[in-house]
Design a protein around this ligand. Structure first.
Ligand SMILES: *Cc1c(COP(=O)(O)O)cnc(C)c1O
Length: 355
C-alpha cells in the first residue's frame, strides 16, 4: 500500500465535499436491477424515466441525462450563446472559476461578473451589468444563478429574487440559467418545490453526484427545443452514452430516498457551526448556516494547511480554501456523531495551536 492510500483510508470523517459519498448497497442494488437500452437511440427506459421525473420536478418540458454537472452548465451555455456573447454571473460562481474557463473555451462566451460574497445578487445588480446594445459592446446573453451558492456558503436564493431576475431577462431577451447543483438542498431547507425556484428559467439542472449520493451524473432540463439542441452538444462532446440506465438507476433511487434526508445534512452543518462558533481566532461564515456548506475564516495566528494536517490525526478531513479559509460540507456519508467529533477535533486543534 502506498502512503497516499493509507493516508486516505485513515480518514473516517470526510467533510471536504458532498461529492465524497459512495453509492450505498441499496443504491447499487437499484443500479444492478435497472432496465437498460441504448441511451443514444432514446431506448434506455431508466434514463427516460429519470429525465421525465426531473423535468416534472423542475416544471420543464424535457430533460437530458449527462455525465456531470459541469457538462450541464457547458451545454446550456453552448446552446444559449454565440461567440462574443456575455454571461452575467456571480464572481464566485462555479461556472466562472471552477470549470476550466469552459464557457470561453467552448462557447466563446465571456463573463461579466458581479461581486457578491454570498453568491446572491439582485435584479438591480444584473441591470447594471446588462450592456447597452452597441456595435462595439459584448452582447449580454445569459444570466446565470447558482442555487444553492457553493462558494457563497450554501445560501438560498429567495423565490422573489429569482422571479425578478427572470422578469429582467425577459425584458432584455436574455436567457435565464440555473446551476442547480444543490437545488434540492434549497428545496428541502426552504420547503419550496423545485419548480417554484425554476419558474421562468430557460434552463436548469440538478447534480446527482453531490448531496444526492450518486456516483455519476447530472440532469439538464428546459424546453423541448432547448433539449433538442442540447442533444447535439451531448453527442459532439462525447457525453452520449449507451446502457447508462445503470447510472440513471442510481438517480431514481436518490430521488426516492435521498432528497428529504438532506435536512439531516443541514442540521449537521448547523451542529458543526454551533460547536466551533465563538472559538478564539475563528469566524463561521455565513453567520446563519442554512444548508450543508460553511466556511471557517481564520485570523492571522492560524493557518488552514496546518489545521488540516493536524485534523488528519483525528481521522478528519476538511477543505483548505485559502491560507486562512477552510470549508466544511456535510453529506449522507457522515453521521451526526461524526460531525460532532469533527467539530470537537477542530476546536481542540485550534485551542492547542493558540496555546
Ligand atoms: C459541483 C458543482 C458543479 C459541477 O458539477 P460536477 O458534477 O462536479 O461536474 C457546478 N456547479 C456547482 C455550484 C457545483 O457545486
Amino acid at each position: 500500500m502506498t502512503s497516499a492510500t493509507s493516508a486516505t483510508s485513515a480518514i473516517e470523517i470526510d467533510l471536504v465535499s458532498d461529492t465524497s459519498t459512495r453509492p450505498s448497497r441499496d443504491m447499487l442494488a437499484r443500479m444492478m436491477a435497472a432496465e437498460t437500452g441504448d441511451e443514444q437511440r432514446g431506448e434506455d427506459p431508466t434514463v427516460l424515466r429519470l429525465c421525465e421525473q426531473i423535468a416534472g420536478l423542475l416544471g420543464m418540458e424535457d430533460a437530458l441525462f449527462l455525465p456531470s454537472g459541469t457538462m450541464c452548465n457547458q451545454i446550456a451555455f453552448l446552446v444559449h450563446c454565440r461567440p462574443g456573447d456575455e454571461i452575467i454571473a456571480a464572481e464566485n460562481a462555479h461556472v466562472f472559476g471552477s470549470e476550466g474557463a469552459g464557457a470561453s473555451a467552448l462557447a466563446g462566451a465571456q463573463f461579466h461578473t458581479i461581486a457578491t460574497p454570498s453568491g446572491i445578487f439582485d435584479a438591480a445588480a444584473v441591470a447594471a451589468h446588462i450592456r447597452a446594445p452597441r456595435m462595439r459592446r459584448p452582447r449580454s446573453r445569459v444570466i446565470s444563478v447558482e442555487q444553492t451558492t457553493n462558494r457563497g456558503g450554501g445560501a438560498i436564493w429567495p423565490v422573489e429574487e429569482l422571479a425578478a431576475i427572470v422578469a429582467l431577462a425577459r425584458e432584455h431577451s436574455l436567457a435565464a440559467h440555473m446551476d442547480g447543483a444543490r437545488l434540492f438542498n434549497a428545496v428541502v431547507a426552504a420547503k419550496t418545490p423545485a419548480k417554484i425556484f425554476t419558474a421562468g428559467f430557460d434552463s436548469a439542472w440538478v447534480d446527482l453526484s453531490k448531496g444526492l449520493g450518486c456516483p455519476v451524473g447530472g440532469v439538464l432540463a428546459g424546453s423541448k427545443d432547448f433539449i433538442a439542441e442540447a442533444w447535439h452538444w451531448k453527442h459532439r462532446l462525447g457525453g452520449a452514452m449507451r446502457q447508462s440506465g445503470i447510472l440513471a438507476g442510481a438517480g431514481l433511487y436518490a430521488l426516492d430516498h435521498n432528497v428529504e434526508r438532506l435536512a439531516e445534512d443541514h442540521a449537521n452543518a448547523r451542529l458543526f457551526a454551533d460547536i466551533v462558533r465563538g472559538l478564539d481566532g475563528v469566524t463561521v461564515s455565513p453567520e446563519n448556516v442554512v444548508t450543508n456548506i460553511l466556511f471557517l475564516e481564520l485570523d492571522e495566528r492560524l493557518e488552514a494547511a496546518a489545521i488540516a494536517t493536524a485534523l488528519k490525526e483525528h481521522g478528519v478531513r476538511i477543505g483548505v480554501e485559502g491560507p486562512r479559509r477552510m470549508r466544511v460540507v456535510t453529506h449522507l456519508d457522515v453521521t451526526r456523531d461524526g460531525v460532532e467529533r469533527a467539530g470537537r477535533a477542530f476546536a481542540e486543534t485550534v485551542q492547542t495551536m493558540l496555546g
